[in-house]
Design a protein around this ligand. Sequence first.
Ligand code: BT5
Length: 260
Amino acid sequence: MEPRDFQKAIEGLLFERAEAFESVGSTNDVVAEWTHEGTTGICLAFAEEQTRGRGRSGRRWFTPPGSALAFSLLLDLTAANQATLGKLSGLGALAVCEGLESLYGLSPRIKWPNDVLLDGKKVCGVLAEAHWSGERMQALILGIGINVARTAVPPAELLDFPAASVEEIIGASVDRPGLLRKILERVLHWKERLDEKEFINSWQQRLAYLNESIRLERLGAEPTVGVVKGLRDDGSLKLQVDGEPQYFQAGEIHLRPLSN
Ligand code: BT5
């Protein structure tokens, strides 16, 4: 992205610090570094390429040069707590959905807790990280990676879920600065409204596999098979398991449609 396009994408948005890089390890780490330098206001780090992009639990996230949108936001959420953290992936995923809906008329779905799907394939992953100082949450970082061009999509053998790019789905090229702007606007909109019912409703409306059977996989636990029933107010997933509702907090969790 040309520097002037990046500047246009963020024009009028109030960031304490916003920078676009050609290549970094991970934009989440760039923002974490800024907090160590004393930055506390809302910030944005964007990169054309990530050489050590990561997903949850240290998994890799691929961002080849110029093919994606990869960025991280430092969120100035005062009084943030564990409950806020449980909603952050939803915040990122919802903003990406709204960007894709408004610019391209798509109907993306959110594979709870942190993936955005188009035609059942992953086009975006969200990584929410909190930094703690003892009991106190010091920084909340929201990282978003979107496959824009086909070249962003890693080879199938490196994937644990089918993936695609936005351009493959729409069959046309994507205005990366325009999409970035739209997503930033929606993140900034919703971050003030995480405790409102409208936020949970908007997230829930886009849930993948609603009323469908899925297998939920968690580290160190037997998989749970159930029917997706929606979200609780704290962003946890409601599953109907053997006729009883069960709730799951975001964490090291994977959903798999049973029909696949
Ligand atoms: C995620 O983790 O999906 C979160 C990805 C977050 C990436 C953003 S980019 C900006 C910021 N900086 C970072 O370093 N990260 C954030 P998870 O649900 O754990 O999925 C990881 C899995 O997705 C990997 O194990 C691969 O199988 C798959 N994967 C890796 N790169 C992919 C890509 N470009 N497209 C689709 N799937 C991918």
